[in-house]
Ligand binder design. Structure first.
Ligand code: SF4
Length: 932
């Protein structure tokens, strides 16, 4: 069969890398970076470079939702139905709710992973047809503070920069962003810029010393939530030292005097004390920022996911305006979007407070313009419910029908207790999804199967305002349909009830031509607006991605905005925001003495519905944990792996603790990815626990309504769960997903349980659990059965009195016996070596019946391969340490010899910051760079 190549984009982060998808017939066979795409020039990170595996791995294919499914009753197994029946049902149920309770009794919760065309139709469906503004998106959790910050200061929601600015900057200020892990390909570009220009200064500011700190000249470990105080303090010093740009301020801005009065009180002493940094570092940062020929700020969720999110964004933009560090190459406030098409959603106004083409729902003129474009009498003026408000309204019974598309609120929303109450109470829930395994699917009355990466057609916009064409490499599998097409078919049915006899508002054919027709309609809505894209078309985008604005008659878009110093405000001037520092919504206090922050892992994406199917992506971080400062661990008598109760005012979870020097004292970190699908358990009252977002708060920024996912006050206590279980098994590919799904059901029967995949070439699964006492034998037998050690071919040992049992299954590979599966129950002290035998597929026959003997020591030493650092070439920390033990020379020479010997970090580069850290740790003290 002929090999086909299709240019498209990576569906993960906002860098928006171009990909070339290789396919044969209906099968995706490979992926590589698109060398012509201006976001990545051929590079991909670990996530992007494994995309084809997530499309082809049997377990991922098993996880796909391929046909509409209906549940008669919640809790039932959903049954397959036809598309017509499904859409008729959806239209009937939504129609009835609208008729009985009004349009605001329904809500649409959509996603920054939808394409612009999908977004456009959902927005028109809610605001144009149903007449409710209750359409919001998971982008609310991601970048609504950036939107509000730009609009407040610069007058429009338009990131003024481009990625190429890293090559022109004299100073890069990275704040509230673990760019190395969250936007890896942009980080590679920063590494290149530094290599090309050793004079480039990089400041990194974040409570956690993440891998991004590896490139920084100056690291500011501020206390969580103190960013506004930091930025005001920097401005205070700049004013004092005469480092501002009075001519720029006078010519191009307004409102500086009010801000000056505010920052007057932000003295270096006060700022240093509140932010927890030294005055010297504060001064150094102010000098670098203000006196560099060009300063570029890169920022993300650390600023956005905050109850002061808009103020944080605006206070940073204030610095750029005050120093004139905007509107020139290498300078400006550049917000990085978390999701691949958060920008597209903003462009079509797919949020509860926005309208098409950056129009405001609160503006009567804008509402009239959009109504005219859509051909409806009006669009509603009542503010719609934003994400947190929407689920609160559903929990209160106000919203009765919910449509969830391409997102997993039962994992990603804060305050899961409220979200799950909402999902239980809503009368009718539609979940439109590509994967059947997300937690939100459990609550759906109707599941509608959507196309996914490699199958979709449309456009996305990345962080630098660049629109790329998304093209399908393979046909839609099974009965899946494009997200926009599902919304169109639903809308056409609903309008028969709401607008009988009138021409349809959704005249788009359900072919690829329909997507283009939708895009052309969106394009027309931008005419004359700041994001005017009337000069673009699908054909042009297929030749090369383009930045907006690109007006009719123009041939290329605009790389940088505001080069003329004119801003899209009434007087053409940017506005300083008077940003007053406000503490966290929930500061830590004596009852909840830890600051819990959340963030990303290097190799995973959001709720892991896609990346979580691939065992190889669990090589870097194998299982859920909470990280604590080593001294906090010691003070609480905790050792690595001890289980702890982590409790906030909203919920409690149990999770293993892990020491980390990246954190300050009284701080804790958990990855945002660990939802109830991977980390579960039950409270004393039997209520099922729901991953990290059981803890987080829904307190939000009053302007942007973005919740403070970055901080919750928690207490951490050692969990006394003396009975423990560890079970690992290699599974037949065909059974892997079904086994994991059944284990997921079992997880909720233990106070603590986690279940994760592992394995590079094979499908493995690991279940951990802990309890106050041994569970009933039937439950253990069920686990043994699922793990493949329930049969007569398993070796077993049991001591009923002690509540201990072991079961092992070995298989013969040639003349070697290898461990294929095991369950250790009641006594897991032997876990380290037995787990290594299985995961590293080591010969096991020499261990014989010792595998069943109680106790923790192996009869023969077992050498573990170690933790995977380089995913591309499967290089472990052990191999790297061994190689470095004989290395000589300085850091660069050692890194080069390491890469030459092991190839680590020579493909996607995602592990390079970690390699550099390991190289530095290997240097003799005399070779370490001296402090300036
Ligand atoms: Fe995808 Fe990685 Fe590029 Fe982000 S940086 S778009 S995750 S390949």
């Amino acid at each position: 069969m002929a090999l086909k190549e299709t240019k498209s984009t990576c569906p993960y982060c906002g860098v928006g890398c171009g990909v070339v998808i290789e396919s044969e017939g209906e099968q995706i066979t490979g992926v590589r970076g698109d060398p012509d795409h201006p976001a990545n020039f051929g590079r991909l990170c670990t996530k992007g470079s494994t995309l084809h595996l997530t499309a082809t791995a049997p377990i991922t294919r098993q996880a796909r939702l391929l046909h509409p499914m209906r549940r008669e009753q919640r809790g039932d197994t959903p049954q397959r139905v036809g598309w017509d029946e499904a859409l008729d049902l959806a239209a009937a149920r939504f129609g009835r709710v609208i008729q009985e309770h009004g349009p605001d009794a329904v809500g649409f919760y959509i996603s920054g992973q939808l394409l612009t065309e999908d977004y456009y139709v959902f927005n028109k469906l809610a605001k144009g047809l149903i007449a409710t503004n209750n359409v919001d998106t998971n982008s609310r959790l991601c970048m609504s503070s950036a939107v509000a910050g730009y609009k407040l200061t610069l007058g429009a929601d338009a990131p003024p920069n481009c990625y190429d600015d890293v090559n022109h900057a004299g100073c890069i200020f990275i704040v509230g962003s673990n760019t190395a892990w969250a936007h890896p390909i942009l980080f590679r570009r920063i590494e290149d810029a530094r290599a090309a220009n050793p004079q480039l200064k990089i400041i990194f500011c974040d409570p956690r010393k993440t891998d991004t700190a590896e490139i920084a000249d100056l690291y500011l470990p501020i206390q969580p939530g103190t960013d506004v105080m930091l930025f005001n303090g920097l401005l205070h010093i700049m004013l004092w030292e005469g480092w501002t740009a009075p001519a720029y301020i006078a010519a191009h801005t307004s409102g500086f005097d009010e801000l000056k009065a505010t920052v007057r009180d932000c003295t270096p002493e006060l700022v240093a004390q509140i932010c927890g940094i030294t005055k010297e570092d504060l001064f150094a940062a102010a000098k670098m920022f203000a006196t560099s020929p060009a300063t570029l700020s890169l920022y993300c969720q650390g600023l956005n996911q905050s109850s002061s999110g808009t103020a944080k964004n605006a206070a940073l933009i204030n610095l750029h305006l005050a120093t004139g560090q905007i509107g020139k190459p290498g300078a400006g406030p550049f917000s990085l979007t978390g999701q691949p098409n958060a920008m597209g959603g903003r462009e079509v106004g797919g949020l509860a407070n926005l309208l098409s083409a950056h129009r405001d729902m609160a503006n009567p003129q804008h509402r009239a313009e959009v109504a005219a474009l859509w051909g409806v009498p009006s669009v509603p003026d009542k503010p719609g419910k934003t994400a947190v408000e929407m689920f609160q309204a559903a929990a209160d019974g106000e919203i009765k029908a919910l449509w969830i598309a391409c997102t997993n609120p039962a994992q990603s929303m804060p305050d899961q207790a409220t979200v799950r109450r909402a999902l239980q109470r809503a009368e009718f829930i539609v979940v439109q999804e590509a994967f059947s395994t997300t937690a939100s699917c459990d609550y759906a009355d109707l599941l509608l199967p959507a196309t996914s990466w490699g199958e979709k057609t449309g456009t996305v916009t990345n962080s630098e305002r660049r629109i790329s064409r998304v093209l399908p490499a393979v046909p839609a599998p099974g009965g899946t349909r494009h997200d926009w097409a599902i919304a169109v078919e639903f809308a056409q049915r609903l309008e028969k009830q709401l607008r009988p006899g009138q021409p349809t508002l959704f005249p788009y054919p359900l072919t690829d031509a329909g997507a283009e027709m939708i895009w052309n309609e969106h394009r027309e809505s931008t005419r004359g607006r700041d994001l005017d894209i009337t000069g673009m078309g699908y054909a042009m985008l297929e030749r090369a991605p383009q930045q907006w604005p690109l007006r009719e008659g123009q041939s290329t878009g605009k790389a940088r905005l505001y080069e003329d110093g004119v801003f899209p405000t009434a007087d053409g001037k940017a506005r300083f925001a008077n940003t007053v520092y406000k503490p966290l919504a929930e500061p830590r206090e004596s009852r909840y003495p830890f600051s819990l922050t959340t963030g990303r892992l290097r190799d995973h994406w959001h709720g892991m519905s896609r990346t979580g199917t691939l065992g190889r992506l669990f090589g870097h971080v194998a299982e859920p944990s909470i990280e604590l400062h080593p001294q906090d661990m010691q003070r609480r008598g905790l050792v690595e792996g001890d289980l702890v109760h982590v409790t906030s005012k909203r919920g409690s979870i149990v999770v293993p603790a892990q020491a980390s020097n990246a954190l300050g004292l009284n701080q804790a970190f958990m990855a945002m990815h660990w939802g109830g699908e991977f980390l579960s358990g039950c409270s004393a009252s039997g209520e099922r626990l729901a991953g990290v977002n059981a803890l987080t708060t829904s307190a939000y920024c009053p302007s942007s309504k973005q919740p403070e996912l970055k901080h919750a006050a928690v207490k951490i206590l050692k969990a006394e769960l003396p009975w423990s279980l560890l079970a690992l098994a290699w599974l037949p590919e065909a059974d892997a997903l079904a086994t994991r799904e059944q284990l997921r059901q079992i997880m909720g029967l233990f106070p603590f349980a986690s279940c994760v995949p592992f394995g590079r070439e094979r499908a493995g699964v690991m279940l951990r659990a802990a309890a106050h006492e041994a569970p009933p034998d039937e439950l253990l037998q069920r686990i043994e059965g699922l793990m493949g050690v329930g049969g007569a071919d398993a070796l077993r040992y049991a001591d009923k009195r002690k509540g201990q049992r072991r079961a092992m299954r070995l298989v013969r590979h040639g003349d070697q016996a290898q461990l294929e599966a095991f369950v250790l129950a009641g006594d897991t002290s032997a876990q380290a070596w037995i787990r290594t035998l299985l995961q590293d597929e080591l010969p096991a026959q020499a261990y014989g019946r010792q595998l069943l003997a109680p106790g923790g020591q192996p009869p023969l030493a077992v050498r573990a391969a170690g933790k995977q650092i380089c995913t591309c070439f499967n290089v472990s920390d052990t191999a790297i340490a061994h190689q470095l033990s004989s290395a000589t020379g300085g850091p660069e020479a050692r890194l080069a010899s390491l890469q030459a010997a092991l190839k680590c970090g020579t493909n996607c580069g995602s592990c390079v910051p970690e390699l550099k850290r390991m190289v530095r740790a290997s240097l003799p003290a005399s070779a370490l760079p001296q402090a300036a």
